[in-house]
Design a protein. Structure first.
Length: 97
């Protein structure tokens, strides 16, 4: 579980990155979950956007992805989801305590 200070730090780090995954009409599937896991291992902090044509609710999608990837849901703002999971092999982001 992230503390308030850590969440604020991650939000500031995520501000400048672009979404690398998009959720459309098809919703989330196992292939997408696998790709998100791989991206989290490499980048640790990613953004996912929910497209306008999707019937999914971004907050619910964010929680579902976080649960399936064992990541932390940093924030959902509009249709953008920010996820964080420290890398097992090469952690890059140092969270404040």
């Amino acid at each position: 579980m992230l503390k308030g200070k850590q969440t604020r730090y991650l939000r500031s780090q995520a501000h400048h990155i672009s979404p690398i995954f998009q959720i459309g009409k098809g919703g989330i599937n196992e292939n997408m979950i696998r790709q998100i896991k791989e991206a989290l291992e490499v980048r640790e902090l990613i953004k996912v956007s929910v497209l306008q044509n999707s019937d999914e609710i971004p907050a619910e999608v964010g929680l579902a992805i976080a649960k399936k990837t064992k990541a932390q849901l940093v924030q959902v703002i509009g249709k953008t989801i920010v996820l964080y999971r420290p890398s097992k092999n090469d952690p890059k982001i140092q969270l404040p305590s």
